[in-house]
Every structure is written in structure tokens, then in C-alpha cells.
Design a protein around this ligand. Structure first.
Ligand code: UDP
Ligand code: MG
Length: 138
């Protein structure tokens, strides 16, 4: 069993598709271990997106991610990290297949509805960062 960190971004929350998104992962057979609606701060985002801090789009990424609440979630299942990344679709929704979340609900990278951890190691770091205490309950 593996855990991953998914986060519905402000555009997903604002558009009222939280339920639709959660339904997809439940239907797939993944188990929801934790869920938290919160306002992301620039501090937590700077850590979460540390690998992107030198990119030209970083300031607009911070503005997007702080434009409204996000919904952070911990999901568990067999190969949860890669299964969920496949269900999200690629970063740029233009290239995402229909049937993926980004392929069905998004069109541009700067508003791509959902985050998903890209490795088991990053998943555990992100769970600890966004939903502290979840690790202790493992
Ligand atoms: N992003 C963007 N423009 C880009 C690349 C990334 O706005 O050209 C944003 C987008 O919201 C993306 C996030 O930065 O989801 C994190 O980028 P990453 O490369 O980690 O993509 P992800 O893992 O989310 O697919
Ligand atoms: Mg990423």
C-alpha cells in the first residue's frame, strides 16, 4: 500500500467540482485517509513548490494558489502515487487525454485544477507539510 497527497486547487474549489473529483478516486478503489480545506500561505507554497522557485511563472503560481481555499487530501491504495498521477493527466491540460481530470476539466497549465505527488518520497513530505499529524496515525 502506498499513500499520496492530492490537492484540489482554488479553481477546482471555486467551480464546485470537489465532489466530482473525490468520486473519481473513490470509484477507482482508493481510500480517503484525510481531507482538509485550507487557505494556502506563500510560505507553505514556497516549500511545496521549491523546485519551481526560479521559474518565471512562480509569482503567478503563488497568486493562483492563494486566490481561494484548497482541499488537501491523503489517499491510499496500491501504487497510489502513479495511479493518481495517471488519473490527473499531464501538467499541461492541452495534452491531457479525455477521461483524466485535467483532460476533462482544464485547458491551461496555470489553472489545472489538481495537484498530485510525483513520488512516494515527495508524497510523505507533502502529507507532513500540509496535514501534519497524518504520518503519526499511519
Ligand atoms: N505550472 C505552470 N506553468 C508551467 C508549469 C507549471 O503554471 O509551465 C504550474 C502548474 O499549476 C503545475 C504546477 O506549476 O501544476 C507545478 O508544476 P509541476 O511541474 O510540479 O507539475 P505537476 O506535478 O503539477 O504536474
Ligand atoms: Mg509536481
Amino acid at each position: 500500500m502506498e499513500r499520496t497527497y492530492l490537492m484540489i486547487k482554488p479553481d477546482g474549489v471555486q467551480r464546485g467540482i470537489i465532489g466530482l473529483i473525490i468520486h473519481r478516486f473513490e470509484s477507482r478503489g482508493l481510500k480517503l485517509l484525510g481531507l482538509k480545506m485550507m487557505q494556502a500561505t506563500e510560505e507553505i507554497l514556497a516549500e511545496h513548490y521549491a523546485h519551481l522557485k526560479d521559474k518565471s511563472f512562480f509569482p503567478s503560481l503563488l497568486a493562483y494558489m492563494t486566490s481561494g481555499p484548497v482541499v488537501g487530501m491523503v489517499w491510499e491504495g496500491s501504487q497510489a502515487v502513479s495511479v493518481c498521477r495517471t488519473m490527473l493527466g499531464p501538467t499541461n491540460p492541452c495534452t491531457a487525454n479525455p477521461g483524466t481530470i485535467r483532460g476533462d476539466f482544464a485547458l491551461i497549465s496555470s489553472k489545472n485544477v489538481i495537484h498530485g505527488s510525483d513520488s512516494v518520497e515527495n508524497a510523505e513530505k507533502e502529507i507532513q507539510l500540509w496535514i501534519p499529524g497524518k504520518n503519526a496515525q499511519k
